[in-house]
Write a protein that binds this ligand. Structure first.
Ligand code: MG
Length: 94
């Protein structure tokens, strides 16, 4: 799945621009859960039975709220990636 497809998928059922602050707080909450899963060593690619509390799950949760916030603020993350790549190549001489 492309990032633009993930953004569109999330926007189809979870898009409430009036709750921007709520989405941001959820993102921070998920970053905290990611920290805990890393500290607990729940790394690697889990299967369905072992996803709960894993780094994989929390990374996805962070990505979910990044996409939701991007949707609320009218940001196309793929286009932003393309622009940042140009800027970062110049900045870091890649
Ligand atoms: Mg989570």
């Amino acid at each position: 799945m492309k990032l633009s497809q993930l953004q569109a998928h999330i926007k189809a059922f979870d898009h409430a621009p009036e709750q921007s602050e709520h989405y941001f707080l959820k993102l921070i909450e998920e970053v905290g859960e990611l920290s805990e899963s890393i500290r607990n060593g729940k790394v690697g690619q889990p299967d369905l039975d072992n996803l709960k509390g894993s780094v994989a799950e929390e990374l996805y949760d962070v990505l979910y709220y990044v996409c939701a916030l991007a949707n609320i603020h009218g940001v196309d993350l793929e286009k932003t990636h393309d622009i940042k790549e140009i800027l970062n190549k110049a900045k870091y001489q890649r």
